[in-house]
Write a new protein. Structure first.
Ligand code: UD1
Length: 417
């Protein structure tokens, strides 16, 4: 099992092109099974979660080929409605296949996703919404069986919480439903808009994504489509944070800066000079970061929960005391114990983390606990004096393509062995 080895203290400087968004490409790959003919998806990052999605597509009977960052999918041979346990366990977000498979075949069988590294992983909103479209759901010894009697029927669905995955599942299942589906209190994240854009290119009739009401008019068939996945806003935030803790400067290209305003404002508060145009963000960090006063994770356009660990890592070496509140996931602070091994001073109580910036972190052996927590350890390792060794980096590989090569290109002393 390989590890990352960082010799901290180098100032990062240079430019990078940000890869496609993991959280967009996964539901879009699931959506390709609704289309007859060939779908061509550009800007697919090379990530283990994307590989897992391709394995699911192939298991279902679809053909897939990768040409660089493009994946070409033909789902005309789709012959199965089940996803076995081992494929489900590879990806935290595999529940999104439920709506896609059931939408296409009127039947789906998935193993229950169970818990995850961010805490319990309820899917009640997904299941009750699919029930409202006419799907009968049976919890069958660890398997979820969905069966539709005839064509699904559009309905009004109010989400008690604007869940990203549940909104995507409803969109996927409702595309072929008879009549109109209206999702209220829908998630507004940019990845939902990207899914709508892909589905509409394939012939769907969806409007409203990006607002809290999404309307889906059911259609009889979708055709193949070509689509370019949006850039990854959390990867962008990661490189901003990595540069910020080293007093560095980074120009990030191919981004959509309007999706990152909440993140940009926090780095501004920490004393970074952040300038941006539509597709580029340039961050220049001071010699030492300042504290941020209070940041809390919220649904979009609020501060993203996935960027929480990235700014907590930056705050460990800032001047003064910062406070972060995690509102979306219950159990997102496991990585903080690992940051403490590097000398970070962080207190947590329930959802609140108070970070007292220290003059210096020192390198240590640590374990990734989850994807963004792993990225936080890289950031802290870059800031630390001495050598940091990060184990369990498979978590990091779920969401970052070539992270050590990119950081090396910026001047970091980091290698994988
Ligand atoms: C997606 C993202 C993830 C991000 C999250 C919030 C993907 C692949 N993952 O995850 O990176 O952190 O959005 O922006 O896109 N909940 C319920 N019942 C449900 C569903 C969700 O209680 O049926 C709760 C969850 O436990 C959590 C909250 O709602 O506390 C948010 O979850 P959700 O928006 O569904 O996140 P995901 O789609 O899983």
């Amino acid at each position: 099992m390989s590890k990352l080895y960082i010799n901290g203290g180098s100032r990062l400087s240079g430019e990078l092109i940000v890869h496609g968004a993991k959280n967009s490409v996964l539901p879009i790959l699931a959506a390709t099974i609704l289309c007859k003919g060939e779908c061509v998806i550009h800007n697919c990052p090379n990530l283990s979660d994307v590989d897992s999605s391709v394995r699911i597509l192939e298991h279902l009977g679809c053909s897939c080929r990768r040409e660089g960052s493009t994946i070409v999918i033909n789902s005309d041979g789709l012959s199965r409605f089940d996803i076995p346990d081992e494929l489900m366990q590879e990806m935290r977000s595999s529940i999104v296949w439920l709506g896609a498979i059931a939408g296409r075949l009127g039947r789906a069988r998935l193993s229950s996703p169970g818990g995850c590294e961010l805490g319990p992983r309820p899917i009640d909103l997904h299941l009750s919404a699919l029930g409202r479209l006419g799907m009968q759901i049976i919890d069958n010894h660890g398997y979820i069986d969905c069966v539709a009697k005839g064509r699904l029927r559009g309905n009004d669905i109010h989400l008690a919480f604007p869940s990203v995955g549940a909104t995507e599942n409803i969109m996927l299942a409702a595309v072929y439903a008879q009549g109109k589906t209206v999702i209220s209190n829908a998630a507004k994240e940019p990845e939902i808009v990207d899914l709508q854009n892909f589905l509409n290119r394939a012939g769907a009739r969806i409007c409203g994504a990006g607002n809290d009401k999404i309307i889906i008019e059911g259609v009889r068939s979708l055709h193949g489509a070509e689509h370019t996945v949006i850039p990854d806003r959390i990867v962008t935030a990661t490189y901003m944070s990595a540069a910020s803790v080293t007093g560095g400067e980074v120009l990030l290209k191919g981004v959509l800066s309007e999706q990152l305003l909440s993140v940009i404002s926090v780095f501004g508060e920490m004393g970074c000079d952040v300038s941006y145009s539509h597709n580029e963000i340039k961050l220049s960090a001071p010699h030492r970061l300042s504290r941020f006063s209070g940041v809390q994770s919220l649904v979009y356009p609020g501060f993203p929960t996935d960027a929480g660990p990235l700014i907590v890592a930056a705050a460990t070496v800032a001047q003064g005391s910062s406070m972060f509140i995690e509102n979306i996931f219950e159990n997102r602070y496991k990585y903080i114990g690992e940051l403490r091994r590097l000398g970070a001073k962080i207190k947590t109580a329930d959802r609140v983390a108070v970070i007292d910036g220290v003059d210096r972190l020192s390198g240590a052996r640590v374990n990734s606990t989850d994807l963004r927590g792993g990225a936080a350890l890289i950031i802290a390792g870059l800031a630390a004096h001495g050598k940091t060794e990060i184990d369990k980096i498979f978590h990091i590989d779920r969401g970052y393509e070539n992270i050590e090569e990119n950081l090396r290109q910026l001047g970091a002393d980091i290698k994988r062995k």
